[in-house]
Structure formats: C-alpha cells, structure tokens
Design a protein around this ligand. Structure first.
Ligand code: ZN
Length: 425
C-alpha cells in the first residue's frame, strides 16, 4: 500500500484518538472559580476544572484549558474550589448517633455519607474494619459513590506473642486492606502496653506484605521507638512531652507522617459542660437534640469533670498543639485526622473542629489544607485522590468563601462532588 492510500486511514485513526468528545464522551466544566488544587501551589484565579467520566481531565486558567465544544459548563464565579478532604484517621461502621455497636454494611455507608456531606470525601479507617468494609474499599470504586471513599486497616494488630501478631497481619492481608495499624499505649497507666518485641514483629510483617503501618501512641519515648521500628505514621499526637530534636530528626529521616487528632483529646473532656458546638447550625444540620440528649445529663457531665483520665488528656492538649506547630515548622509531613467515628466524636463535624484547632495551634490555612489533600494521599499511598490533577477522581468542594483567609470558611459549603457527581445534602 502506498503512502497516498494510507493517509486517509491514518487520519481516521488519529481522529478516533484525538476527538473523544465525538465518541459520546461527555465533559463538564466548572468555570470562574478560584481553584486550590491541593498540591500547595498558588491558587488559580478564574480557573477551569474540566471533568469527564468522574475524573479530572484538566485544571488551569481559562486561557490554558480548552473546553470541548459540547461540554456542560457551570459558571461558579466568586466561589473557591478545593479538593475533597481526606481524613487519614477515622473509623467507620460502628457508630450511630453517639452509640457504638452498630457495625453493618448499611451503617458503614451511612457513616461515609455523613462524612461526604461535610466535604470529607475520603476516609482512612484505622481499625475495626470487617469484611463488610472490604467490599466498599476505594480501590474498587467505579464512578459515582455518593459517599466518602474508603481505605481500611482491618483488625488492629495485637497478640500475646510475635507469632500471634503476625498472624493478625496475615489475616488482614487475606481479607484485603490498604494499611495496617497497631496500638502501643497503656491508656495513662491503666492497661498493659504492647511489648516492643511484638510491635517490631508486626511492623516487619506488615512491611513484608507491602503495607504501611500506622501506630497509635501517646508517649514521646514510644513514638521514638516506633519510628525506629519502622512506623510509617504516628496516628496521634505526642502528648506527654514536647517533641525533642532527636524525634524531629528521626521522623524526618524515616519520612514518616504525623497525624495530630486534636479532636480526639477534645472529646475526652468537652462534655463536662454543654459543648458550645451543640448550638452550631453546621452541627445541628446532621445531629439533632435527641442524639445529644445523654450528653446534657448533669450526672454524666459531673463524672467527666471528676474523671482522672479526662482531666489528664485535657491538661496535655496544649502539649499536643505545641508539638503539632513545632513539627509542621520543621517540615514534618502532617496528615489530617480526627479519630472520629468513635462514640461522641461526631463524624464529619469533628473534621471541621479539627481544622479550627489546628489553626489555633498556629498552622496556616495552606498548611491545614495540605494536610488534608496532598499529604495523606502521598504519605499513605492513597491512589487517585487528594489533589485535583488530570486522572484523579473529581472529588471536590465548592465553597462560598475563601478558605485561605480563614480555615473556618471550609464550613461554607456550596456543594460537594464525588466522582464528578454532586452529593445530596
Ligand atoms: Zn483511632
């Protein structure tokens, strides 16, 4: 066949590749908003977010992004678009209202739906995950979910011997998980702590199987030892002491991340009185008075006031906040997390309280947003989420106000999208 006869065929082949909009691929464009892509780069003014098949096709200025002719165009001038937020330490399926013990597939979906309505479009459930959760993992998502994407840790690894702990890691692997988790804590001296020999074996096995290990801890000394043993993520704040230089150097050298969960501390003592947020409309839109009624019981409040552990956690919260600020200043990757989805840690709402507490600790809105977008995706290896870049899921929030001037503006949600579809709110 000579070249002249081949040319029309080549042309047709090129057309088939280059003009996908003519092969019934539909596009949606959001135009005119300020776009924060989650990578920590400067916001894009008068931006275009182009989506197709639930994924981002292009993000940029209106000069740089060509909108296909048949695209559906939504004018969102005056709004700010940010990526859907990632909670790198939550729990799903157990809680309904303020009570635990409701684990079911239906309740997992219900929990994930509340997260989504608050703009939390991805949740890493750090433990307590059963086969019902496995079937809902984000890695299996197709296009439209209407609930937050889910990554799971399976059963929290424990055991009386290294062999027992390694067997739990193996069973998590067989069930199908995204990350693994251990707890190294004596709960303020009230329970036995996982011995070093056992957690070293658990971390080693998790790594052999190809998983990162998140570690619950409280004390600086344990945090140091856990990093030395290979922990990839501090799942809470160091709360007993200010972080020292040795810890800072080690966490940086190990390229591990740090998840403050300040609202976990808050939940231990905030119900000693009527919590201020009980009257916040952003709270009551999901949580009505019947749900919070037990927390208004004076006897229950009195018990919390007299609880030694509650008062210790309260006293140590400023240490956790100062450590967060120190580590963030030192360039340690902060990953956003709350430990919500446990009774009295209100799913979805607590994420917004956490952001406010991080701001109180001295973090900038840019640093807080980075902790809930690029950082968890990168440091926990969460695929296709976190940043608005071509190929990633079109999970994003349209805000009525600029979050970079005040992180509380993330509460001014106009709409939440998961896989390009608006979440019903
Ligand atoms: Zn937790």
């Amino acid at each position: 066949m000579n070249l002249v006869r081949l040319l029309p065929l080549l042309f047709l082949a090129l057309m088939a590749c280059k003009r996908p909009e003519q092969t019934n691929q539909s596009f949606t464009a959001y135009t005119g908003a300020t776009i924060i892509d989650g990578n920590g780069s400067n916001p894009i003014r008068d931006g275009v977010l182009l989506i197709s098949n639930g994924r981002v096709v292009a993000v940029g200025t209106k000069e740089s992004v060509k909108i296909p002719e048949h695209a559906t165009v939504h004018d969102v001038v005056g709004k700010t678009i940010i990526p859907g937020l990632i909670n790198a330490h939550g729990h799903v399926g157990d809680v309904k209202g303020i009570d635990g013990g409701h684990y079911s597939r239906e309740n997992i979906i219900d929990n994930l739906s509340i997260y989504a309505r608050y703009g939390i479009t991805t949740v890493v459930s750090l433990g307590g995950d059963k086969p019902d959760a496995e079937s809902l993992r984000a890695v299996k998502d197709t296009v439209n979910t209407q609930h937050a994407r889910l990554f799971i840790a399976g059963e929290i690894i424990n055991g009386k011997t290294p062999e027992e702990a390694m067997a739990v890691a193996d069973s998590n692997h067989h069930m199908g998980v995204d990350i693994m988790k251990i707890r190294v804590d004596d709960n303020l001296g009230t329970s036995p702590k996982m011995p070093e020999e056992i957690y070293r074996a658990a971390i080693k096995r998790a790594h052999e199987l190809g998983y990162k290990m998140a570690t619950h801890m409280y004390y600086l000394d344990d945090a140091h030892k856990l990093l030395d043993a290979g922990s990839d993520m501090m799942a809470h704040s160091v709360r007993d002491l200010p972080v020292d230089d040795a810890f800072i150097q080690l966490i940086k050298q190990k390229k591990a991340s740090y998840c403050p969960t300040l609202t976990r501390e808050l939940s231990t003592f905030v119900y000693e009185d009527t919590a201020e947020f009980f009257s916040d409309p952003f709270f009551t839109r999901e949580y009505d008075t019947a749900i919070i009624k037990p927390l208004l019981d004076p006897a229950r409040q009195q018990k919390m006031r007299e609880s030694k552990s509650a008062q210790t956690y309260k006293k140590q919260l400023p240490v956790a906040k100062a450590n967060l600020k120190t580590l963030c200043n030192q360039g340690v990757p902060i990953v956003f997390g709350t430990d919500s989805g446990v009774p009295t840690r209100f799913i979805g709402y607590f994420e917004h309280v956490e952001m406010s507490m991080m701001a109180d600790a001295g973090l900038t809105p840019e640093q807080i947003l980075l902790s809930a977008t690029k950082n968890p995706a990168e440091y926990l290896g969460l695929k296709d989420v976190g940043t608005l870049v071509p190929g990633h899921w079109a999970d994003f929030i349209v805000l009525d106000a600029d979050p970079l001037s005040d992180i509380k503006n993330v509460r001014k949600i106009n709409a939440v999208f998961i896989g390009g579809h608006e979440v019903k709110r």
